[in-house]
Write a protein that binds this ligand. Structure first.
Ligand code: 3EB
Length: 346
């Protein structure tokens, strides 16, 4: 009998395949007809990033064999099992005050981010899932500027302050994450997985930890880990954060998408090496992960596809999205998830 990893991930393009048993939460991309999913109480994060190459519908489905129930706290919609909680929140910047002539009001993105993170932390606290494992952040106009700074940096400041104000770590025990641009008309959309037990947080020996990036990348460093490894009774789940062509803290291969893709794969391999040292008996292979690839310029897609096909083989599951990446000089970013069932103890 095949042991279940405890948590499952599928990328599907047909809504019928999204209506399966045990679904904890769904992310849809661009115009996936989420209405067809019906009034199921399952949290759905609606992310506005076009699917490449043809803008076909795409559903990212997180599921589990455990009994689950849905709920809502503030603006956070969630579904939880005895072990895990999937949640999502969408916050429109228009909901927040713009400028006050007499006071320096933070940007609307700062306010929306702070609000979202405070609500997420409050939900985890109240529902009893203290460990944030993995979080996906989609910010409209991520490379835009206002208030004298880039919007991604505003997001970093607000995320860091809100985590700290909620009594949480901003370095070390911080979740695996992705932070990408979404359509400029989109709200801030965040979805996440949290658990009752802490994962192992993994850093990349080739990279400075993002939470220790020097100030040239912003006054407040990004609060995320390079990967998180969750151990459940049925198996291990590895969450690899959005990974790019960065060594040390510098972006490499400026303007060269193929070289950036290669460097990114080297970074993911380095993370797999770290994960496998911690996985005791289980093993994650590069070609057995599920990949989500963010492409800044759609015209680069064929080259990236060809390169990943030759590096990862045909077994790897890969989906592609059009998205801006948080540094203007990065052309591609890749996140990944691995599931490794453990044999049930005799
Ligand atoms: C990097 O390595 C690329 O701010 O949550 C990747 C994953 C990146 C997550 C985040 C940012 C984030 O710095 C950018």
């Amino acid at each position: 009998m095949r042991a279940q990893a405890g948590l499952n991930l599928a990328y599907v393009s047909r809504v019928e395949d999204a209506r399966r048993d045990g679904v904890l939460g769904i992310a849809t991309f661009h115009d996936a007809p989420a209405a067809a999913l019906g009034e199921t109480g399952i949290p759905i994060a609606r992310v506005d990033t076009p699917v490449l190459p043809t803008d076909a519908p795409l559903y990212e489905i997180w599921s589990s064999e455990e009994p689950a129930e849905s709920g809502q706290q503030g603006r956070v919609q969630f579904r939880r099992t005895p072990e895990m909680l999937f949640g999502c929140i969408a916050v429109a910047e228009q909901d927040f005050a713009v400028q006050d002539a007499n006071r320096a009001v933070p940007s609307t993105l700062h306010q929306a981010t702070a609000h979202a993170y405070r609500e997420i932390c409050a939900t985890l606290e109240t529902q009893g899932y203290p460990h944030l494992l993995r979080i996906w952040n989609y910010l409209p106009d991520i490379n835009g500027h206002s208030h004298g700074t880039e919007r991604y940096r505003q997001f970093n400041t607000a995320r860091r302050h809100a985590l700290r104000a909620s009594g949480r770590a901003v370095a070390g025990s911080v979740p695996a994450a992705s932070a990408l641009g979404a359509d400029s008309e989109s709200p801030l959309v965040i979805y996440f997985l949290a658990g009752k037990v802490a994962p192992a947080f993994i850093e990349n020996p080739r990279q400075v930890s993002a939470y220790h990036y020097p100030r040239q990348y912003g006054t407040d460093s990004p609060a995320f880990s390079r990967a998180a490894l969750l151990r459940q009774i049925g198996g291990l789940t590895l969450f690899v954060s959005g990974t790019a062509s960065i060594a040390g803290h510098r972006s490499l291969h400026i303007g060269d998408t193929a070289a950036q893709t290669g460097e990114t794969l080297i970074n993911i391999e380095a993370l797999l090496g770290e994960a496998n040292r911690l996985a005791h008996g289980a093993h994650f292979d590069l070609d057995a992960l599920a990949y989500k690839v963010y492409v800044r310029r759609p015209s680069d897609l064929p080259m990236i596809q060809a390169q990943l096909a030759s590096s990862l083989g045909r077994k790897a599951r890969i989906v592609y999205l059009r998205a801006d990446i948080c540094r203007h000089d990065l052309l591609v970013e890749i996140e990944a998830t691995g599931m490794c069932p453990l044999a049930a103890a005799a």
